[in-house]
Design a protein around this ligand. Sequence first.
Ligand SMILES: C[S@@+](CC[C@H](N)C(=O)[O-])C[C@H]1O[C@@H](n2cnc3c(N)ncnc32)[C@H](O)[C@@H]1O
Length: 272
Amino acid sequence: MTAYADIDWNLLWQQERRKKSWKHKDNKEWDKRAPSFAKRNKDSEFSALLLAKMRPQPSWSVLDVGCGPGTLAIPLSRLVRRVTALDFSQQMLAQLAWQMEAAHLDNIRAVHASWSDDWQECGVERHDLVLAARSLGVDDLAAALTKMMQWAKQEVMVVDRVGAGPFDPDLFAALGRPFDPGPDFIFTVNILLQMGITPTLDYLEFDRQRRYADRQEALAGCGWMVDDLRGVEKTRLGHYVDERLTANRDGSVTLTRRQPVKWAVIRWSVNG
Ligand SMILES: C[S@@+](CC[C@H](N)C(=O)[O-])C[C@H]1O[C@@H](n2cnc3c(N)ncnc32)[C@H](O)[C@@H]1O
């Protein structure tokens, strides 16, 4: 039997990560996904639910690591003093820039950088809150969490997957593909506990039902979960969607999943 204290949670996280059913994406792959990710997240409940939990202070500066198209940076910038939005995908930052311009926002600074870059060299200083939402695209989780703490004056917040997170295991079953979600938030919590940090934990659940303009949009809203969809899998994706769709009076459709999307909100103070 192994004692809890002897478990190297960071190593275990790295090992489990190699088994997950979707591939690690580099910045070019995120570039390709930027337009569809931005579209899919524009009217997702995620931002409103997270901001309600976050309770941002007007005086705050926030560093949003892996900000994507500004899912959180845009609404946050209306609630806090300023936001630094950091991402290694140029196309995600382009989406952010369009939204900033459309909304006439001038308190967001975009930084094109990776988790592993020297943030000091990029001119990123310490912020009141350092946030990483659904963006732990790193090889060394313990190092990323430590880096967040070094850049935080007050608090750190991580939004991490619970189980399958946004993925639907039923979709993988329908395609006949094996599904391994890889390590989830419990590894992050254990790494923090071993660092002597006792974070607060909360959960977000949403999107068990999601409305789409039409079937085509519903297909795109599910197809992103699977890398390299091929041949017969496209037909199977169609069956999966059709089995879950109901028509609404206005011509739109609603897709109902068995399980909602679930994320953990892990938060701690850097001042003890
Ligand atoms: C799933 S999106 C999340 C975006 C946003 N935080 C949200 O919650 O909607 C993940 C983002 O993390 C970025 N990302 C992934 N790995 C990264 C890395 N190593 N360095 C910087 N950004 C990264 C991607 O480019 C992408 O924009």
